[in-house]
Design a protein around this ligand. Structure first.
Ligand code: GRF
Length: 208
């Protein structure tokens, strides 16, 4: 059994491609004293991502790193890792980051990259998870906080939260109900890491 983080205030970097509501939820939890962490940096691969503006408003360094400026994923990720290392980041938080993480980042931050997915993994990986769940006809769905590995939404699960799917749900209504749980779960899972309570053995995460 391996402890993922020793107890202590976490230095976080958030990677986001879009809206940034999970980023904001984490930032607010920190302000309220519910999450013992500091968001040192937000990086986006999309210049127009609203998450960048939200970070600036919160007084957090926000970097747009354009993947088109690099020859391949390795070089792009090497730049991201350089930014993370320069700020002594403990945990990389993917929050609506719409790229597969490759070997360069995974090697540099082994079991230190977390993601949130809007479905109960291993069901409905990838894009449009909420619509996939509706199309399948499930009666419950939810969200999953997990460590990132080389697969798509396949890494060890830290926490899951369940929401009921109602007969009249559509993608928007279900997504909104799941999003409330995403914000809560992401803060809770990161707080467990800050408290040094997260252990991993094989692919099973144990919370002490
Ligand atoms: C969330 O639904 C998250 O689960 C998924 O992308 C969305 C990001 O939302 N990975 P936001 O940018 O945090 O508002």
């Amino acid at each position: 059994m391996m402890r993922v983080m020793e107890p202590g205030r976490l230095k976080l970097a958030v990677l986001a491609s879009g809206r940034g509501s999970n980023f904001l939820a984490l930032w607010e939890a920190i302000q309220k004293g519910e999450l013992d962490a500091e968001i040192c940096l937000l990086i986006s691969d999309k210049e127009e991502a609203p998450a960048l503006g939200k970070a600036v408003d919160a007084g957090i360094t926000a970097l747009f790193i354009d993947p088109r400026g690099y020859q391949n994923r390795e070089q792009y990720e090497a730049e991201i890792v350089a930014q993370l290392v320069a700020r002594n980041i403990d945990i990389v938080v993917l929050a609506g980051y719409m790229r597969l993480v490759g070997k360069v980042m995974l090697d540099a931050y082994k079991m230190r990259i977390v993601n949130i997915h809007p479905a109960l993994l291993p069901s409905f990986t990838g894009l449009n998870a909420q619509q996939q769940a509706l199309d399948y006809g499930v009666k419950v769905s939810g969200c999953t906080v997990h460590f990132v590995d080389e697969g798509m939404d396949t890494g060890p699960i830290i926490m899951q939260a369940v929401v009921v799917v109602y007969p009249n749900d559509n993608e928007d209504s279900l997504s909104a109900r799941i999003l409330v749980e995403e914000h809560r779960s992401y803060c809770q899972a990161l707080q467990l890491l800050a408290e040094g309570r997260v252990f991993i053995k094989d692919r099973t995460v144990h919370i002490n």
